[in-house]
Structures are given as structure tokens and as C-alpha cells.
Design a protein around this ligand. Structure first.
Ligand SMILES: *Cc1c(COP(=O)(O)O)cnc(C)c1O
Length: 363
């Protein structure tokens, strides 16, 4: 038996005709950059999220950098995020010259612990970047209340959460802006890199469109120092096909997660913690166990792929050493890094495969 963490080949085979036709259409049009596929995808993603606008960029990391830039955040500013996320959530804060400030995570959901958030706000704080980790939303409405008291911007890092909901509201629809990644393994994945910002702020959207295209509103007239960060037509066309299936795929992942929850209820591992207000999309199904290395060996020996998300919390990354954090500063995130293990969870996984995986986990 060999079960991958995610089976992109199996997914492709279910939509092969439509994908191939979409690619062929772009080749026939010979329009490759900033064309109709990108513009239509922007409208479709905005409609999907329930926001006024969406701006496509080259990847999820650029989506964060451009949004921070568009909000005027830079040297001397502080931006608050979580230490238990992909590096880009904090890397981008440093990239614009601001300082990342971390808040420890909630032990149940592994999202930012909102009871610890307000204490981290200083006169230098300009924004908060909550991350919907593994596809489960954090309570952004509560963060918006805190942000309003201190006049801060809220940028949802929704890279892992497209289609997720909290109290019936979609990821990306509550913050001042939200960013998505279309990295191939994300729930809505391109066949290359891609990213998007959604927002209800029309001024912000115009700024982002300028920044992604060399600071231009009119070609060859540069108002600002910008970037070259665009989503190409091939990726946009592929994403438009896949977007039509996203709700079904997300529902499929939730079904698989429910099956695991039941199969593993009596196992010596902790299943993913759920916030009852959240409708997650299970970008990853992440177990926690004190016996991680033993379990990893057992799964590997049986041909079941598994992976650690994340091995090192951001405050202990070498690149952030200048920030001066030390072991023990964010104990909940540190413990999660010692215990977390992702197992295969995708719509094409069969019940039989899930039963086998559960049996291996139970030993
Ligand atoms: C994937 C990811 C990003 C970065 O997206 P890229 O498209 O790879 O640049 C940012 N934040 C989080 C939480 C992610 O999972």
C-alpha cells in the first residue's frame, strides 16, 4: 500500500477534459498576462468570498507583501501574527521593513489565542495578520473589534482556508483585506504559483493593482516603486475550472475528516480541535501525539505519507534570531511543533484506505 499526503494526479483525472480545454483556449488566444481569464477569475473569487473586489497576484506571499505595502506599513511599525504558521505570514512583515510580533496560539484550534492579543498592541502596532491554520477560521469579527479600538488594519492570511466559514461568513470577507495562495497543494491549487487579495476597500484594490504592475496606473507612467507580481492566464484558466469544484472538494475533505474523527476516537492520539462556530475545509488533517516519531515510523513502514506541520515555531527560526525570542516564549506553539502530524486527507481517499490508516495509527 502507498498512500500520498495529497493525490493531485487523482484530482486531475476527474477534471482532465475541462482542464485541457481551458489550457488549449489560452494557447489559441495567445494572451498570456493580464488577460480575460485573470480578470474573470478576480470577479469569480470576489463573488465566492462575498467581497467587493479581488486582485490577482503571483503568489500568496506577494499577496501579503503588496497588502502591507498598500496599507503603508514599513520600518518602525509592528505587525502582530502567530508563531504557528508557514514562514511567509511573518517573513512578509519583515520584508516590508516592519517588525513581526507574535501572540501564542490556542491549544484547541492552534489559531491565534485572542485572549492574549490585546496585550501585544503598542503605539507602534499598525496591523494584525491572523492565520486560519489548516483551514479552520479564527474569530475575525472579534479581532476586528479589538482592531477598531486601536485603529489597526486586519489582514486575514487565508492561504489555507478558501471556502472556510465562521458563523456563516466566508474566510476573507471579514478583515480589511485577506490573502489567498494558489500553490498547487492548497485547497484551490494552480499548476504553478498564484495568489489573490480580496477586499471591500476599493481604494486598497486600486493601490494593489498599481503595485502589482510596477506602480503604474497608465502604462509607462510610474507613480510609485512597485513590483512585477501577476497571475498568468494559464493559471487563471486552470483555477477557474477548479473553482467550480471547490465547494464539493471542501465538503469531501470534511467527510473524510469526520470519518477519521470517528475511527480515531479511541486511539492514543488527539484529533484536530474544533471551534463549534467554525466550518473548516481541512487543508490538512493534523493529529497531535506525544509519540510522534514512533507513529511516523509506523506510518512510513506501511507506505502512508505523513508530514510535520510545523517543525519549528517562527519565533525560534534562525532568520528571526535578531528579534531576540527564546525557547519558552510561546509554549503552546512550541508544544504543537513537537506533537503535530498531518495524515492523508483529500476527497479521493477511499473509506478502505482511511480504515487502514486508522488501524496503523492504533497500532
Ligand atoms: C502557502 C502559504 C502562504 C504563502 O503562499 P505562497 O503562494 O506559497 O507564496 C502564506 N501563508 C500561509 C499560511 C500559507 O499556508
Amino acid at each position: 500500500m502507498s498512500i500520498p499526503l495529497l493525490d493531485l494526479q487523482a484530482q486531475y483525472l476527474t477534471i482532465k477534459e475541462e482542464i485541457n480545454q481551458a489550457i488549449q483556449n489560452v494557447l489559441d488566444s495567445s494572451v498570456y498576462i493580464m488577460g480575460p481569464e485573470m480578470k474573470t477569475l478576480e470577479k469569480e473569487i470576489a463573488a465566492f468570498c462575498g467581497t467587493k473586489d479581488a486582485v490577482a497576484v503571483a503568489n500568496g506571499t506577494d499577496a501579503l507583501v503588496l497588502t502591507l505595502k498598500a496599507f503603508g506599513i514599513g520600518p518602525g511599525d509592528e505587525v502582530i501574527t502567530t508563531p504557528f504558521t508557514f514562514f511567509a505570514s511573518a517573513e512578509t512583515i519583515a520584508q516590508v521593513g516592519a517588525t513581526p510580533v507574535f501572540v501564542d496560539i490556542d491549544p484547541l484550534t492552534l489559531n491565534m489565542d485572542l485572549t492574549k492579543l490585546e496585550k501585544k498592541i503598542t503605539p507602534k502596532t499598525k496591523a494584525i495578520i491572523p492565520v486560519h491554520i489548516f483551514g479552520q477560521m479564527v474569530d475575525v469579527e472579534k479581532i476586528m473589534e479589538i482592531a477598531a479600538r486601536h485603529d489597526l488594519k486586519v489582514i486575514e492570511d487565508a492561504a489555507q482556508a478558501i471556502g472556510a466559514e465562521y458563523r456563516g461568513k466566508k474566510a476573507g470577507s471579514i478583515g480589511h483585506a485577506a490573502t489567498f495562495s494558489f500553490f498547487p497543494t492548497k485547497n484551490l491549487g494552480a499548476y504553478g504559483d498564484g495568489g489573490m487579495i480580496v477586499t471591500n476597500d476599493e481604494y486598497l484594490a486600486a493601490q494593489l493593482r498599481m503595485l502589482r504592475f510596477h506602480g503604474c496606473k497608465i502604462k509607462y507612467y510610474h507613480d510609485e516603486i512597485g513590483y512585477n507580481s501577476r497571475l498568468d492566464e494559464l493559471q487563471a484558466a486552470i483555477l477557474r475550472v477548479k473553482l467550480r469544484y471547490l465547494d464539493v472538494w471542501n465538503e469531501g475533505r470534511r467527510d473524510k475528516a469526520k470519518v477519521y474523527d470517528q475511527l480515531l476516537a479511541d486511539a492514543a492520539v488527539q484529533i484536530p480541535g474544533r471551534d463549534p462556530q467554525a466550518l473548516p475545509i481541512y487543508h490538512l488533517y493534523v493529529l497531535r501525539t506525544e509519540e510522534r516519531s514512533v507513529l511516523m515510523e509506523r506510518l512510513k513502514a506501511a507506505g502512508v505519507a505523513n508530514a510535520i506541520y510545523y517543525p519549528v515555531p517562527l519565533h525560534l527560526q534562525k532568520a528571526f534570531r535578531p528579534l531576540g525570542y527564546k525557547v519558552g516564549d510561546f509554549p503552546v506553539a512550541e508544544k504543537a511543533c513537537e506533537q503535530a502530524l498531518a495524515i492523508p486527507c483529500y476527497p479521493e481517499l477511499s473509506l478502505e484506505q482511511q480504515r487502514e490508516i486508522a488501524a496503523i495509527i492504533k497500532g
